[in-house]
Design a protein around this ligand. Structure first.
Ligand code: ITT
Length: 204
């Protein structure tokens, strides 16, 4: 059974691949199935955006496709950047967006720097049938980056579960507690059901 990982973000590709490797699926990236461009994320929420990405890749590849839409919700910013985490400040790199976020909360005291990562994971088959999963991870934002692994806002996100930043954690450690890891756990539990067998059965 084939499954396309429907994302242009290489950090996500690595996390999906590691988490799904043991399920016996043949994992393909969007690039490997010839999808280079993704549609604009015009959804009103994470789930709608994830569905837009997954359906786009499923229709172009003719294969079941799994996408995530995720974001960082900062308490002191009333949940921003949230849905707009990838385009925060209209900046082009992870390091610029992280620096911009830190500057926006520089006057926020340590006890009020809470934040959570959220992830909506949506599986779509080429007929449009879909299934969705959810995960969250709570933490607090440091005043400077720490660690070199991961991607996005990982260097400033101090995980309460790990007592270190996601960038200081190994991939396995991050997967056990992260928003994406929790959503992928939900996916894995569902994958073992009869419903999942039916979902995948119409495709090679
Ligand atoms: P695709 O749409 O192609 O999947 P993207 O990076 O644009 O890639 P999103 O629209 O879901 O993905 O944006 C989510 C952003 O939130 C992402 O670019 C990161 O900045 C941030 N983010 C999400 N998950 C993260 C994680 O595990 N660690 C750090 N930052 C993360």
């Amino acid at each position: 059974m084939k499954l396309v990982i429907a994302t242009a973000n290489q950090g996500k590709v690595k996390e999906f691949s590691a988490a799904l490797a043991h399920l016996g699926l043949e994992l393909l990236t969007a690039t490997e199935v010839g999808v280079k461009d993704f549609p604009e994320e015009t959804g009103a929420n994470y789930k709608e955006n994830a569905a837009i990405k997954a359906l786009h890749v499923a229709q172009l590849s003719g294969l079941p496709s799994l996408a995530d839409d995720s974001g960082l919700e900062v308490d002191a910013l009333n949940g921003a950047p949230g849905l707009y985490s990838a385009r925060y400040g209209n900046l082009n790199s992870d390091s610029e967006r992280t620096a911009f976020l830190l500057s926006n909360i520089e006057n926020i005291e340590t006890s009020k720097r809470g934040a959570k990562f959220v992830c909506s994971l949506v599986l779509v088959n080429p007929d449009g049938l879909s299934k969705s999963f959810w995960g969250e991870a709570k933490g607090t934002l440091l005043r400077a980056a720490s660690g070199s692994d991961g991607f996005g806002y990982d260097p400033i996100f101090y995980s309460f579960d790990l007592d270190k930043t996601f960038s200081e954690a190994s991939k396995d450690e991050k997967r056990k507690v992260s928003h994406r890891g929790h959503a992928l756990n939900e996916f894995e539990a569902w994958f073992k059901t009869e419903e999942a067998k039916t979902f995948f059965s119409s495709h090679p």
